[in-house]
Design a protein around this ligand. Structure first.
Ligand SMILES: [Ca+2]
Ligand SMILES: [Ca+2]
Ligand SMILES: [Ca+2]
Length: 390
């Protein structure tokens, strides 16, 4: 089994990135033990015009402050780093347990155009325990992440109201059927942080220094209300700790707390609204607080709140169009220096499904990033993307 898996991975690597799409399509494989490997993914190219430079170009989180080199200049950025591939792994039932797994990567961590480095996004095993119980171990989306906004920009409103992350974790899930179309799912997990912040500069990530995992819980209620499609209601919470050592101006243990809710509500067969809202402190691990978690000058956690709302309309099968906004608003009194005090965008987009597998997306976005001391920045953005899903 191990050798089969190794040879499969070796074959996958041998395919090469330039041709991996066609290779993977031909690779729906099954080994001698009956373990199935189902490849999936997409090829993506993005071109974004910004009237003021952003971090990070075609994958936008915020506008550069006027003190940054080249800030305020217009820019065209183009990349294929949103390209992604993954493998679903399905093992035959054994000891009455069904085991599935997933490995997925993309290239979004590398900010140098045209020579992207592969990044591990997901890698987990999931064991179905029966009666709606399941256990998952590995790196997955954070437990409070139940859905995303529909944007051309692959940052999906990061630092602008949509909180998310992928972290190593151990998660226990119980799904209870309450009716034919109604279910309640409870999830609890121990997770570890991702952003590796070392604010006291002692060489040890501050979350590692606390020597405890963060605790995540989420409840998801799904039912059919106004249409044949499912409505989703979620409520989630997080508690974690980070520790700054003697190097810091204010050594000690800092909390990370997070309360999060979401709604996905189809109002007709062709129109749906969705959104999320959250509040918390020291939530930079989850792309909240515009990436600002602890104020090391004052020795306090930075409180923040935010959210997003989007309406999506599908007038015909081949077209999906939406408008929405997202905002992340840290508490100004918790910030020091030229901190980011507000970050948000309003956007309108249209997706055209050229074929079942090829999608063209066009998005206009008006962006605003406010700074505590220097000028508040604004940006007009036009983003065009093409995606080939396999
Ligand atoms: Ca540290
Ligand atoms: Ca933090
Ligand atoms: Ca603010």
């Amino acid at each position: 089994m191990l050798r089969k898996t190794q040879s499969f991975i070796a074959f996958l690597a041998a395919c090469g990135f330039a041709v991996f799409g066609p290779c993977l399509s031909a690779l729906k494989a099954q080994d001698a033990a009956g373990v199935q490997f189902k490849p999936y993914g997409w090829v993506q190219v993005d071109a974004a015009y910004d009237s003021a430079r952003t971090s990070y170009g075609d994958l936008m989180f915020m506008i550069h402050p006027e003190t940054a080199v080249g800030a305020g200049r217009k820019e065209l950025s183009v990349s294929a780093r949103g390209t992604r591939f993954g493998i679903n792994i399905i093992a035959p039932e054994s000891n009455g347990r069904k085991v599935t797994g997933r490995i997925e990567g993309d290239f979004c961590d590398d900010l140098t155009p045209n020579k992207y480095a592969l990044r591990l996004r997901l890698a987990y095993v999931d064991v179905a325990l029966g009666n709606g119980w399941s256990a998952r171990f590995g790196q997955d989306w954070d437990t409070y992440v139940n859905f995303h906004p529909n944007t051309v920009d692959a940052s999906i409103l990061a630092y602008m109201g949509h909180t998310y992350g992928r972290h190593p974790q151990a998660r226990l899930t119980k799904e209870t059927r309450l009716g034919e179309q109604t279910s309640l799912t409870a999830k609890i997990a121990l997770q570890h942080g991702r952003n590796n912040s070392d604010l006291d500069g002692d060489g040890q990530p501050d979350e590692n220094a606390s020597a405890v995992p963060s605790v995540h819980g989420s409840m998801v209620f799904k039912t059919r209300l106004l249409t044949g499609q499912q409505s989703v209601f979620t409520i989630s919470g997080v508690y974690g700790r980070e520790k700054l050592g003697e190097n810091a101006a204010h050594p000690g243990t800092y909390r990370s707390r997070f309360l999060h809710g979401g709604i996905q509500l189809p109002l007709s067969e062709r129109f749906a609204i969705s959104g999320e809202g959250w509040m918390g402190e020291n939530v930079d691990n989850y792309l909240g607080g515009i990436g600002q978690g602890i104020n090391v000058v004052e020795g306090t956690e930075i409180s923040a709140r935010g959210g997003w709302v989007q309406g999506v309309w599908s007038p015909v099968k081949a077209i999906k169009t939406g408008v929405g906004f997202g905002v992340d608003d840290p508490e100004d009194a918790d910030l020091s220096g030229d901190a980011r005090t507000l970050n948000g965008r309003i956007f309108a987009n249209i997706f055209y499904y050229l074929t079942d597998r090829v999608t063209l997306g066009l998005e206009y976005t008006r962006v605003r990033t406010d700074y505590a001391i220097t000028k508040d920045m604004q940006n007009n953005r036009v983003h065009f993307g093409v995606m080939y899903v396999f």
